[in-house]
Design a protein around this ligand. Structure first.
Ligand code: UD1
Ligand code: UDP
Length: 399
């Protein structure tokens, strides 16, 4: 069996790494990593943490490129690669434009598409934008859906996806986190890297990068963080994103404050080390929201709608919007009320047990064993268009 994992951004690299390692660890499976290069530096940094490099890189990143340019570039770059490699599966992860374009490229090439982290929904096509639409489109294009949680699986069923095509796996990001957290626990080099942190002040760890917050949300959140940083008992580490539109508001509001450290994007191990030591995490990141509960850290989510209700229901995360006022109120409560803090810390982790990648590999192998792909498990009406003489002339049936 040959599987091509297409990725393009940091979270895809981190969440795909355990799947790639599990696929490559099985005899009889070949697994290629194709990067669109949507993120140039962040993908290489994230893959390197797992000892991985792309087998093929479309190198698509351009400053200020539009989603249209990225999408068409990915479709045009992936088509010849897929036509040549003819994998049995194209795997995509999550909801980025890379994932959406790769699912479409797989469909056009009549190769089965597997969707890792399927079924997340806010129900609002504009939030997160464009991710909510990307993942809905991937659901239509994919034949096998790896839902991280029962809630995600229920969303897929509600949209008419057949039960047999859904596997609840847990989130592969938790597999990656546990692999890394085992290494970071006693890592003295990491402790030295962050020796500048003040052991007397509680750490607030912040990230922010969502497009729907570019027009004011990121700036308001950064201003609220500046107000929080005025407290003498806290210090802030803001791990910046390389997107200039995400970085600018953080630098403007926080660049001059003595107890705020604006850091470049951190290697995953460093970021995990920081999460492990944070009193509180403020983020709009999807992946960080999933990781923090596993590490017993409370999260304030700077979004207006959630596609990850599990942690909110469990009580480890709280939605505070992008206005700033609710963030200040909730952060103040978590800093001043130890009971409120403990309640969030002890609420438990709903996102996975670290075994998701193995379940994905087993499900792919099980699909390969099926003599006939039953409806919902493949494209029985779209037989693979093999190259050259592998199929007799006329054997490929048009839909
Ligand atoms: C993308 C995804 C988003 C995901 C996020 C994870 C889309 C539409 N957006 O958003 O879903 O949550 O990644 O981080 O798919 N840049 C660099 N070097 C890098 C990476 C980015 O310089 O390694 C800069 C470039 O100027 C680039 C810009 O950041 O053009 C934006 O990158 P892009 O992938 O378009 O969007 P993100 O906001 O990163
Ligand atoms: N992350 C990282 N370094 C950082 C910030 C985040 O390695 O400086 C990791 C984080 O632990 C998580 C992933 O990046 O695994 C989340 O990626 P991001 O926030 O870019 O995207 P999202 O999850 O929102 O799509």
């Amino acid at each position: 069996m040959r599987v091509t994992c297409v990725l393009g951004t940091r979270p895809e690299a981190i969440k795909f790494a355990p799947v790639i390692l599990a696929l490559r660890g099985r005899r009889g499976i070949a697994c290629d990593i194709v990067s669109t290069g949507q993120h140039r530096d962040l993908v290489r940094q994230a893959l390197a943490g797992f000892g991985l490099v792309p087998d093929h890189d479309l190198a698509l990143m351009r400053p200020d490129q539009t989603l249209t340019q990225l999408t068409t570039g990915a479709l045009e770059g992936l088509a010849p690669w897929l036509d040549d490699a003819r994998p049995d599966w194209v795997l995509v992860q999550g909801d980025t434009t890379t994932a959406m374009a790769a699912a479409m490229a797989g469909f056009y090439a009549r190769i089965r598409v597997g969707h890792v982290e399927a079924g997340l929904r806010t129900g609002n096509p504009l939030s997160p934008w464009p991710e909510e639409m990307n993942r809905s489109l991937i659901t239509r294009l994919a034949t096998r859906h790896f839902a991280p949680t029962p809630i995600a699986a229920a969303n897929l069923r509600r949209e008419g996806i057949a039960e047999a095509a859904i596997t609840v796996t847990g989130n592969t990001g938790i597999d990656a986190l546990l692999m890394v957290a085992r290494r970071t626990a006693g890592d003295t080099a990491l402790a030295e890297r962050f020796a500048f942190l003040d052991s007397q002040r509680r750490l607030i760890l912040v990230t922010g990068h969502r497009r729907e917050s570019f027009s004011g949300g990121l700036a308001r959140v950064a201003e609220a963080i500046a107000e929080l940083a005025a407290r003498p008992d806290v210090q802030v580490v803001f791990a910046l994103h390389l997107n200039p539109r995400a970085e600018r508001p953080a630098r403007a509001a926080l660049g001059h404050l003595p107890n705020v450290h604006l850091l470049p994007p951190q290697e995953h191990a460093s970021f995990v080390w920081l999460m492990q030591r944070a009193h509180l995490i403020v983020t709009d990141s999807g992946g960080v929201q999933e990781e923090a509960p596993s590490l017993g850290r409370p999260v304030l989510v700077t979004r207006n709608e959630s596609d990850r209700p599990e942690a909110i229901i469990a009580g480890t995360a709280r939605l505070v919007g992008t206005g700033g006022a609710e963030l200040l109120r909730e952060a103040g409560r978590l800093l001043d009320d130890p009971q409120a803090w403990r309640a969030m810390v002890q609420a438990g982790n709903p996102y996975g047990d670290g075994e998701a990648a193995g379940r994905i590999v087993e499900a792919l192998l099980a699909d390969e064993q099926d003599a006939i792909n039953p409806p919902g498990r493949g494209w029985p009406h779209l037989p693979a268009r093999r190259r050259g003489s592998e199929l007799p002339a006329g054997a490929a049936v048009e839909p």
